[in-house]
Write a new protein. Structure first.
Length: 291
């Protein structure tokens, strides 16, 4: 799911492919004017975009999205609930004083990206997006813009390399100050022990008072069927989790209430929580040393 999970096979009239957004300018270091978007193959970020009701996807992505949804009708609801959880969680930690964010595996920009949620609360917030996907790279610099007074940056790096990611993030952020680390519907692309270890490696280098915001799909008979359908699409696999495997990513941190819960039940809007979904999330804080 990093980009996010699951879909269904359907017959439909062919349509023209949407025009690709501009690639990173050639004057930028590390730019790629020859990015091959491989529109003939489904792509996890574009499938997730399809479930969110976005427009940055192609027929191959929609086909896989439909195939997963045929075995798991909650797919679109799950994606939208995850995005709403992200918005609420980012706004909460911004209200708690955080004005720096690292978004790992950001995926394609869509409704209420991290910088919009954060800067609505703290206009001077600074956000670093991290991805190593050429499809995301081709969109990011065109679409990720900051509010005046704040900043956004995009790092082309593998999230499994914390040293490289954090060194690059330090060009935009002051990592001696508390920072929020986001890993949303992303860690399921890694085996569970590797994902938990990776979060510990990041958190070791973040200041006390920093936050972790994470969510992933829990393992149920229905989501395992979706996992299998998703794997049929020749994309990076996505493994569903037991709740304990999600909690392991926050080892040593203090969970904010209500803890690890379905994302629809994490501090829902005043009109009350929606029905539970199979995406569970948490927000946790790195303890500060006792005086």
């Amino acid at each position: 799911m990093q980009h996010r999970p699951h879909d269904a096979e359907a017959t439909r009239a062919p349509r023209p492919e949407p025009a690709a957004l501009p690639p990173e300018p050639e004057s930028e270091p590390g730019s790629r004017s020859d990015v091959d978007l491989r529109t003939d193959l489904p792509h996890s970020a574009r499938v997730w975009n399809y479930w969110l009701g976005g427009k940055d996807h192609y027929p191959a992505d929609e086909e896989l999205g439909r195939r997963v949804a045929a075995s798991y009708p909650q797919a679109g609801e799950l994606a939208r609930a995850s995005r709403a959880f992200q918005d609420r969680a980012v706004r909460q930690v911004a209200a708690d004083g955080i004005d720096q964010f690292v978004d790992l595996g950001t995926g394609l920009p869509t409704a209420m990206p991290t910088h919009r949620s954060a800067q609505d609360v703290r206009p001077a917030a600074r956000i670093v997006y991290v991805d190593n996907d050429p499809v995301v790279l081709a969109h990011a610099r065109a679409l990720l813009t900051s509010a005046p007074g704040g900043a956004t940056a995009y790092i082309e790096a593998d999230l499994r390399d914390p040293a490289t990611v954090l060194a690059a993030a330090a060009r935009t952020l002051d990592l001696t100050r508390p920072t929020a680390l986001l890993a949303l519907s992303t860690l399921g692309h890694l085996p569970a022990p590797e994902a938990a270890d990776l979060m510990q490696r990041y958190l070791t280098h973040l200041a006390p008072g920093s936050f972790l915001i994470t969510c992933d799909t829990i393992r149920t008979p229905d989501t395992l069927r979706a996992q299998e359908a998703y794997a049929s699409g020749d994309t990076t696999p996505y493994w569903c989790r037991d709740p304990e495997e999600i909690l392991a990513c926050a080892r040593g941190l203090t969970l904010l209430e209500p803890g690890l819960v379905p994302v629809t039940h994490w501090r829902p809007a005043p009109d009350g929580p929606a029905a539970a979904v199979d995406q569970w999330g948490l927000v946790a804080r790195k303890p500060c040393p006792k005086p």
